[in-house]
Write a protein that binds this ligand. Structure first.
Ligand SMILES: [Zn+2]
Length: 266
């Protein structure tokens, strides 16, 4: 009963939040290639879709600290350059992360991937490819906990450390520069904990809300309308059906590169 009410609360939060993903959402269908019409060979079994985690650890729930009315100080909200920084959240995902990596490679640009710990543990080969291809890494919490910043400092620390460990299990010397709180629901305490772990707090300046699955055309329009020099653009390569994001990026990545240049976060 208790877990059911926690689930209902979690679902409610996911529905009302903007900015960062539908962690438990399973896509209706995988975006793989259509089966060959004449071939009797069965299509290869797709990599299993990550199972959503809705369970909460069986421990007494401390009171959550309130969210501040405004974002805490110290968040990175600009690329640090004239160019635009691309960030992709909620992966790695076997359907979409390879697609976005292919697009980035074709455009000769790099991005920052905000990885969920559980996903990194499940798909270490994708973490390895992200690093091998020169992208930057961002810790995005173990299980996309929208309330992580409201929890006791020790819990925040344990979550971030566990996520870093999953990333480093895939790439032992991985440089994890950033932390991004799911949903952008930051607290000053969380920024401090991340800082002690050497993680810099990464926010964004452009959010097309692609997690809510608008059309590719809408994603493109939203990004183009609000991007300025030095922007950090938030999009998603995991957490649900991201086919519209993939389609949008085929136009957006070359377009942003031409207009502003694509920057590495500094
Ligand atoms: Zn997210």
């Amino acid at each position: 009963m208790r877990s059911r009410s926690v689930l209902a609360l979690a679902l409610g939060l996911v529905l009302v939040l903007t900015g960062c993903g539908e962690p438990g959402k399973t896509p209706h269908q995988a975006g793989g290639p259509p089966p060959a019409a004449s071939s009797p060979t069965p299509a290869p079994t797709p990599t299993p879709t990550p199972r959503p985690s809705r369970t909460t650890p069986p421990k007494p729930k401390p009171k959550l600290r309130p969210l501040p009315k405004t974002l805490p100080a110290g968040l990175h909200r600009g690329s640090g350059d004239r160019g635009v920084a691309l960030t992709f959240d909620d992966g790695p995902d076997p359907r979409y992360t390879p697609q976005i990596l292919d697009q980035l490679r074709a455009a000769h640009v790099t991005a920052t991937f905000c990885l969920i710990g559980k996903q990194a543990r499940r798909y270490p080969e994708l973490v390895a490819r992200i690093v091998r291809e020169g992208h930057q890494l961002c810790n995005h919490s173990w299980r996309h906990d929208l309330n992580l910043g409201r929890r006791p400092a020790a819990e925040i620390k344990a979550d971030l450390v566990r996520t870093n460990q999953a990333i480093r299990a895939a790439v032992p010397d991985a440089e994890i520069t950033w932390f991004r709180q799911p949903g952008g629901r930051w607290t000053a305490e969380e920024v401090a904990v991340a800082g002690k772990l050497g993680l810099r707090p990464l926010h964004w300046s452009v959010d097309p809300q692609d997690w809510n699955r608008p059309s590719a055309k809408t994603i493109i329009k939203r990004v183009q309308a609000s991007t300025r020099p030095g922007a950090i653009v938030l999009m998603h390569d995991g957490g649900g059906d991201r086919s519209q994001t993939m389609a949008a990026c085929r136009q957006l990545i070359p377009d942003l590169k031409r207009r502003y240049g694509i920057a590495r976060l500094t």
